[in-house]
Design a protein around this ligand. Structure first.
Ligand SMILES: NC(=O)c1ccc[n+]([C@@H]2O[C@H](COP(=O)([O-])OP(=O)(O)OC[C@H]3O[C@@H](n4cnc5c(N)ncnc54)[C@H](OP(=O)(O)O)[C@@H]3O)[C@@H](O)[C@H]2O)c1
Length: 262
């Protein structure tokens, strides 16, 4: 039981990847608290895990005052938070950048970048005070290269990677360390709609050197590793887990030369 007596807070833990992480942390002995915007989703989560060490809040991470109040309540109830998983996130409608609507751009930045910082600040300052803590943020592989359609999402996620570096510098001396994960396309969570169509699964698999999308289990085990003591010296860093997609040139010079027999 790697997380016996640990308290873990997972933003956006009511469904998708966050819920799978919550289950895995519970199975490894942790107490788990989550939040999301929907009261219905929060109630459903609390009901599903009734009898286990769980707390659930209907709080929007983009609401600074509400996040502060929620962090205070969590500390009142559980006494500490050892691990914060910055998981909550949304994706913008995929359109070329010149057509992005202001509201859609603002919403993604408000939630994914500003909201994740609000969560980090609310729990991080308490971790600094307690002299220990681990913060793992979910970035994205699309923050590492240009991918048409994803501009606000990519900007926000690359901001989280810089936040991770900067806060590791500021907070490590107080016992609080941070890292991030940049996953490729995972077969679950916000991709549920997409993966129902084989054509998209085949397309994304074809772009990946390993020839397939990542699984929820693979993502969860990476998160648990990074949150665990085994990863204690990984600090300020973003770990890419994308089956090799980021390092892949669809057609390299040698392929081009061979194809054209130049
Ligand atoms: N799935 C992938 O392939 C993939 C790849 C790379 C990175 N990621 C990242 O992984 C994280 C989890 O994604 P997912 O695929 O599990 O998505 P998901 O199934 O849509 O789940 C997102 C969770 O975040 C919550 N949430 C959204 N906005 C929120 C807000 N403002 N305040 C509080 N909670 C909020 C949602 O609940 P409510 O709607 O009730 O608020 C939900 O519980 C995201 O940060 C995403 O960008 C996913």
């Amino acid at each position: 039981m790697r997380f016996e007596s640990k308290v873990v807070f997972i933003t956006g833990g009511t469904k998708g990847l966050g819920k799978a992480m919550a289950q895995a942390f519970l199975a490894e002995g942790a107490s788990v608290a989550v939040n999301s915007r929907s009261k219905e989703a929060v109630d459903r989560f609390a009901e599903e895990f009734k009898g286990q060490q769980v707390l659930a809040f209907d709080t929007d991470i983009a609401d600074h005052a509400a996040m502060e109040a929620m962090a205070s309540k969590v500390y009142e109830t559980l006494g500490k938070v050892d691990i914060l998983i910055n998981n909550a996130g949304i994706v913008n409608p995929l359109v070329p950048s010149e057509k992005i609507k202001k509201d859609e751009f603002d919403k993604v930045i408000d939630v994914n970048l500003k909201g994740t910082f609000y969560a980090t600040q609310a729990f991080g300052k308490r971790m600094v005070q307690q002299g220990s803590g681990r913060i793992v943020s979910i970035a994205s592989q699309v923050a590492l290269f240009g991918e048409k359609g994803f501009l606000p999402y990519a900007i926000a996620k690359s901001g989280l990677m810089m936040m991770t570096r900067q806060l590791a510098f500021e907070w490590s001396r107080h016992g609080v360390t941070l890292c991030a994960v940049a996953p490729g396309f995972i077969k679950g969570g916000m991709n549920e709609g997409l993966i129902r169509k084989e054509v998209f699964v085949n397309y994304l698999s074809g772009r990946t050197p390993m020839g397939r999308m990542g699984t929820v289990e693979e993502l969860v085990s990476t998160i648990l590793f990074l949150a665990s003591d085994d990863a204690r010296y990984i600090n300020g860093e973003t770990i890419v887990m994308d089956g090799g997609m980021t390092g892949y040139t669809p057609e390299g010079l040698l392929d081009f030369m061979s194809r054209g027999k130049q």
